[in-house]
Design a protein around this ligand. Structure first.
Ligand code: NAD
Length: 265
């Protein structure tokens, strides 16, 4: 069954709005260049912030900006006392070193946890945990298969699920396909963050038990429409609960970021 993340995200935003009331929170987004996907993500974040009462600003710099110039801009922003939180929209152009720029952002403002050591759960795993809590999905004793081991999704998600006493299998590009398939068939929860369409196929799903598929992937099909890692043919499997793309974990990720900002002050 499809999980209605749209309705769930709307309900969560109502609660976040209450938390933000009267705080006057100010959130900044640094963007370099004019990547269409980044423009779309930023538009979504601005809309969300307006809805819950967070004042959001975009600081947009030209594609060819040097590391030194961007360092100065970011240093100015974080020291200006006009922002509570700041993120750098990814991807950055090749001439820029993210690690060095992230060092300039104080941990208490780093709501995307780009540093890896800030007191915030990165937005996608945060949104996933919020969804699991909303669904009443207790991870204790469950087998969770995390496909993908990126710093912003796979790695933190696997650690968080372990912290909630799930048995976690981490799969990646070097996992043999037959091992991946067997692990997925034994899983209670599959989180797919691969970025390949039609990656999750019918033979990876076990129709003899209830399974939950959380599809993080964002891809395009032949018609150019957004799709996840799952082949949509598996959506008719009765025993499978799944998040769709679009209208799934992208919305939860946005809620995760809002929740992190709303926890400030
Ligand atoms: P990434 O793109 O940095 O890396 C992909 C991961 O997939 C790697 O860890 C790799 O080991 C794994 N992988 C590749 N081929 C594999 C294979 N054959 N078998 C098993 N694992 C394999 O990871 P990312 O940044 O987490 O992004 C993954 C996807 O999630 C992308 O499509 C991205 O756009 C999407 N994403 C969506 C959101 C959201 O808000 N919904 C947020 C972040 C990322």
């Amino acid at each position: 069954m499809k999980i209605d993340c749209k309705t769930i995200a709307e309900k969560m935003k109502e609660e976040i709005k209450k938390k933000c009331a009267g705080k006057g929170l100010r959130f900044g987004i640094v963007q370099v260049g004019d990547n269409p996907a980044s423009n779309a993500y930023i538009k979504g974040k601005m809309k969300d912030c307006a809805e819950v009462g967070i004042e959001a600003s975009v600081f947009k710099y030209y594609e060819g900006i040097s590391q030194e110039s961007l360092r100065e801009k970011i240093s100015f922003l974080v020291n200006s006392n006009t922002l509570d939180a700041l993120i750098i929209q990814l991807p950055l152009p090749e001439q820029l070193c993210l690690e060095e720029l992230v060092d300039l952002i104080p941990a208490k403002m780093d709501v995307d946890n780009l540093k890896g050591t800030s007191p915030f759960i990165p937005a996608t795993p945060k949104g996933i945990l919020m969804l699991l809590d909303y669904l009443g999905e207790d991870l204790c004793g469950k087998h969770l298969v995390m496909i993908g081991r990126s710093r912003i999704v796979g790695e933190p998600m696997a650690a968080l699920a372990t912290g909630r006493n799930a048995t976690v299998s981490i799969c990646h590009s070097k996992t043999p396909p037959n091992v991946l398939k067997e692990l997925c068939r034994s899983a209670d929860i599959i989180v797919s963050a691969v970025g390949k369409r039609d990656f999750i196929e019918r033979d990876m799903i076990n129709t003899a038990k209830r399974q939950l598929l959380l599809d993080v992937g964002i891809n395009r099909n032949d018609e150019g429409k957004l799709c996840g890692d799952a082949n949509s043919e598996i959506y008719d499997i009765d025993t499978l609960d799944y998040t769709p793309v679009p209208g799934g974990l992208g919305l939860m990720t946005r809620v995760g970021l809002l929740e992190n900002i709303s926890s400030l002050r």
